[in-house]
Design a protein. Structure first.
Length: 268
């Protein structure tokens, strides 16, 4: 069995602490899961696989080629959930045209002004979910403005409506919006699994260490193959999903000149 991805970043002291402290126990999948796909949009992935140092010239939040390494795993999980009738909930971001509601996002990045600048030459909306894993008519899309998929959104109420007791989390960034979503899910007493290959980050060290920390305290980091095996064992069609006619995505009340189709290039 291969070592955890984070082991190469840990000191011997760290490994001993984790081995003796009791952290990292297995929490389990739960009985009624939803699959969460966090912020897998063009702003984080680019329109095609590109080396990250090239990609971030176009999309400052891009995770480069690591996003596209994750894409086949995401497709497998989404397709399995569709086949079994398990809820798939996506998140992505939304902003006013003038970017006023970006708020604290403006404080920690020197390229924040690009969020109100012209789009790249391809005229792609950064918050559009990547076409390769685009939501289907029975899927749910949650729009957010802060890292967690729960903060200021209907996520918790949707999970209540669906009768979910657990979530399988994927997406990006592992150290940012994925972690924030996991912590809120943990605080709400959901069982949480992270599909390791379905998560990605612009920093490979941050990706590994945050997986380590979440596995120690908040979630089970599992191989995608294990998550697929678990989903395959569930009874089919346990959930009352949307009937296939997707409602218009909710929008905040914005300035009168706001272009309803424009979403921000950053979600977390």
């Amino acid at each position: 069995m291969s070592e955890p991805i984070w082991n190469k970043f840990l000191t011997e002291r760290d490994k001993t602490v984790f081995a003796t402290s009791g952290y990292g126990a297995r929490g389990g999948f739960g009985k009624r899961p939803a699959l969460l796909v966090i912020d897998v949009n063009y702003a984080f992935c680019d329109e095609r696989p590109m080396p990250i140092l090239e990609s971030i010239k176009r999309w400052r939040n891009s995770c480069g080629e690591d996003a596209w390494v994750a894409m086949p795993y995401l497709k497998l999980l989404i397709e399995k959930c569709h086949d079994k009738g398990v809820p798939v909930i996506y998140t992505t971001g939304v902003r006013r045209e003038d970017n006023w509601d970006s708020g604290s996002w403006l404080w920690k990045n020197g390229r924040s002004d690009e969020d109100t600048a012209a789009k790249p030459a391809t005229n792609v909306d950064g918050n559009e979910i990547v076409a390769e894993i685009a939501p289907g008519p029975k899927d749910i899309v949650v729009l957010k403005q802060k890292p967690s998929g729960f903060f200021g959104t209907n996520m918790a109420s949707y999970l209540t409506l669906l009768g979910c007791d657990s979530v399988i989390v994927t997406g990006t960034t592992t150290s940012g919006c994925v972690r924030a979503t996991v912590l809120d899910a943990f605080s709400l007493n959901y069982r949480i699994a992270l599909a390791e290959e379905g998560c990605f980050d612009r920093s490979q060290a941050s990706h590994a260490i945050n997986l380590c920390d979440m596995n120690a305290k908040y979630a089970d980091v599992v191989k995608t193959s294990e998550a697929l095996e678990f989903l395959d064992q569930l009874p089919s069609n346990m959930f009352d999903l949307p009937k296939g006619a997707a409602a218009p995505a909710p929008r905040p009340k914005l300035a009168a000149n706001f272009d309803e189709r424009r979403l921000c290039r950053r979600a977390g």
